[in-house]
Every structure is written in C-alpha cells, then in structure tokens.
Design a protein around this ligand. Sequence first.
Ligand SMILES: [Zn+2]
Length: 173
Amino acid sequence: MEVTRLYHELSHLWDPRSNESYSPRWNEGKATFLEYLTDSRLNKTVSLSSHMTNVLKRAKKQFVKQPKYLTTTFEEYGKAGLNAYSVGALFFALLHHELGEERFNHLLRTFYAEHVKSGASTGDFILALRDLKNPNIDWILSRWVNSHRFTLDILDATNFEHFIMLSIRSSKI
Ligand SMILES: [Zn+2]
C-alpha cells in the first residue's frame, strides 16, 4: 500500500458521522488534501505544490470526461453522483491557503468536536465556514457554493500556484 493512502484514511478520523443520505463527497476532498499536506511534511522530497499540481491535472481530466462537473455547484456533488477527491482537495487547499495552517487546523478540530455526537452534513460545514465571518473565506464560498465559477479557475490554471492566483484574482472582479 502506498503510504499516502494511509495518510488519507487516517484523515477520515476527522470526519464527524454523516447525516446525509448520499455520500458526503466533501470529506473525500478534505482527506485527499490532508493526505498530500501530511506527505509534504513527512516526506521532504515532495512539495505540497507538486502534489496539488497533479491533483489539478486530475480535476481537469474529470471535467473533460464528465461535463456535468462544469454545471454542478460543489455542494451538489453528492446528489449528482460526482466524486470530489480532486476538486474537493483544491477547495480545501484554498481554505488552507486563505486561513493559514493554524486557523485551518483549528477549524477542522472545532468542527469535529462540535459535531462528534450529533453528526454533520455538508451544509453544516458551510455554515461553520460562514460563521468565521472572514472575507478571505466569503469569496471562496461565493465562487464554490453559490456558483460553479470555480470550474473556470481549474480549467485555466497551469499549475497549483497559478490556480491559487487565478482564484484570488477572479474573486476581485
Ligand atoms: Zn477517502
């Protein structure tokens, strides 16, 4: 087994029980991002950015194969039967970039602690993001949750840094 696969599965320990009838695909994006974040920290030969550039390429391929990706908001992935391993990992990478690592970890920790007994849905996670009342997060929500404009950033980007730059720049138009 590839060791990153193990990091992925360990990351799922941070998922509260799901209260949704369809698969909560966002969790796969989170676990995929944490898989590569962990690998970039423990295996110094591979950077987060090179891992995420590969993820970006995989997301682009999915868009070409399945055009439904281009017209589905991220929140609807579960219902639409789309998988969020790659696209979702890019979403969590943006959150990580905009919050910084400490606040990003704090967000995941408190979300888990608050929902460990009750369980949680994708909507609950969005609410937790809105509750941060952080302008750096609000633009991500308007691009990823209220619309599917984030697909343009993925299609246009040539590598991970470029994706971050395009996402931030297009949020200001
Ligand atoms: Zn998984």
